[in-house]
Design a protein around this ligand. Structure first.
Ligand SMILES: C[S@@+](CC[C@H](N)C(=O)[O-])C[C@H]1O[C@@H](n2cnc3c(N)ncnc32)[C@H](O)[C@@H]1O
Length: 258
């Protein structure tokens, strides 16, 4: 068993449906909820409107179905398929929908069989082979299909590790990507980038002394306020801890709006 898989099997067993298992272990529940709400906003507003009724959506590295369960409630007309490296997470995900255990590097799906792929903090575990993973994802998508990928930014990870005096890599073996390398890996794999974003406002707020670990009501209000800024103002910046992009597998002209 790979060491990344072992780590995730242990995490899944220890954390089950806990947000801290798939988000940040050292953040307060309020801070993780703010990140979770922002992730869901992107999925709901940016990805789901592009998935046709009756379409198939793959939740790659979907964990226990944190976002998948919301997708299936919001869009019961979509056929959602889960996938994760950790069997323990797949078992939890199966409460929502079928979930296949395996690696993003060898997807057991037919070519051109998905209208969309959701990859939230998953490609980061592809580490320096992320391009290989993206090529496999591209293969299982239909022309015109959309990929929503969200991963940590390397620049902000380094700032945080400097401030907090700890390693910049994630404890579960993931890495962050630099601004240009994330987009370029996606483009080289055959995706046209149509939209991008990030959470620089929330990232800066979490760096303020006492905020990340606080469970105070006023901190919750602050995090909700900054997250709204991240929704409506372009945030694909070096200051964002999490950055996302929406890529389309097609050659038809599509405007870049991010
Ligand atoms: C940070 S969690 C995110 C889970 C889920 N996407 C979410 O946002 O709630 C990362 C997930 O990626 C999975 N993972 C790690 N390496 C993977 C790989 N090579 N293929 C598929 N999934 C992988 C882990 O098991 C874990 O569930």
């Amino acid at each position: 068993m790979s060491s990344i898989r072992e780590t995730w099997e242990k995490r899944a067993k220890a954390n089950q449906y806990d947000l801290a298992g798939v988000l940040f272990r050292n953040l307060s529940i309020k801070a993780n909820k703010a990140i979770h709400n922002w992730h869901w906003w992107i999925v709901k507003q940016i990805l789901l409107p592009r998935i046709p009724s009756g379409g198939r959506l793959l939740d790659l590295g979907g964990g226990y179905g944190r976002l998948g369960s919301l997708v299936s409630r919001e869009r019961p007309d979509i056929e959602l398929v889960g996938q994760d490296l950790a069997l323990s997470y797949c078992r939890l995900y199966r409460d929502v929908t079928p979930c296949v255990q395996g690696s993003m590097f060898s997807l057991p799906f037919a070519e051109a069989s998905f209208d969309g792929v959701l990859a939230i903090t998953c490609l980061m575990y592809g580490q320096h082979q992320v391009f290989e993973a993206l090529k496999g994802i591209h293969l299982v998508m239909k022309p015109g299909g959309v990929l929503l990928a969200l991963d940590p930014g390397k620049e902000m990870q380094q700032v945080i590790s400097f401030v907090r005096r700890r390693k910049s890599e994630s404890p579960t073996g993931g890495i962050g990507f630099r601004l240009a390398e994330y987009i370029s890996a996606c483009q080289r794999a055959g995706f046209r980038i149509v939209s991008t974003g990030g959470n620089p406002f929330l990232s800066m707020a979490l760096l303020m002394p006492g905020v990340a670990a606080s469970s105070k009501q006023k901190v919750e209000a602050l995090l909700a306020w900054v997250s709204r800024r991240d929704q409506f103002e372009s945030g694909y910046s070096a200051l964002a801890l999490h950055r996302w992009m929406l890529g389309v597998k097609e050659s038809a002209a599509t405007a870049f709006i991010g």
